[in-house]
Ligand binder design. Structure first.
Ligand SMILES: [Fe+2]
Length: 116
């Protein structure tokens, strides 16, 4: 079976970039969780980050196997604006310029007066 070499490398490099963006985003999100119930959520996000790193590595290996150069780029990193987890577990953005950055609580929205 014949493959379109350039198109294949392009797709594989897109996968590398997207998976690396996943590593950054899951890691960052894991650091945004506060509260007593944060540990399982934080751990799950960090597991996802490691899984994404594994996928990026696998796709990168395929690129080098085909003789290509692995992209040094990274997929789009969406807004780093602060966000919080609403009581229902839904993520909602906070107003830009919130003074304490990302303040999320598993099961509730953290307020500035609420210490860890
Ligand atoms: Fe993946």
């Amino acid at each position: 079976m014949e493959i379109d070499h350039d198109a294949t490398l392009k797709v594989l490099n897109e996968i590398v970039e997207l998976e690396l963006a996943g590593v950054v985003r899951y890691t960052q999100y894991s650091l945004m969780i506060f509260g007593h119930a944060r540990i399982p959520i934080m751990n799950w996000m960090r597991e996802q980050a490691l899984e994404s790193l594994g996928h990026a590595t696998q796709a990168g290996e395929e690129v080098t196997t085909l003789g290509g150069d692995v992209s040094l780029g990274i997929g789009e990193l969406v807004s780093t604006r602060p966000a919080s987890v609403a009581p229902g577990g839904r993520c909602v953005p906070q107003a830009p310029g919130a003074d304490r950055g990302a303040q999320c609580v598993a099961g509730g929205v953290r307020t500035p007066d609420d210490p860890h």
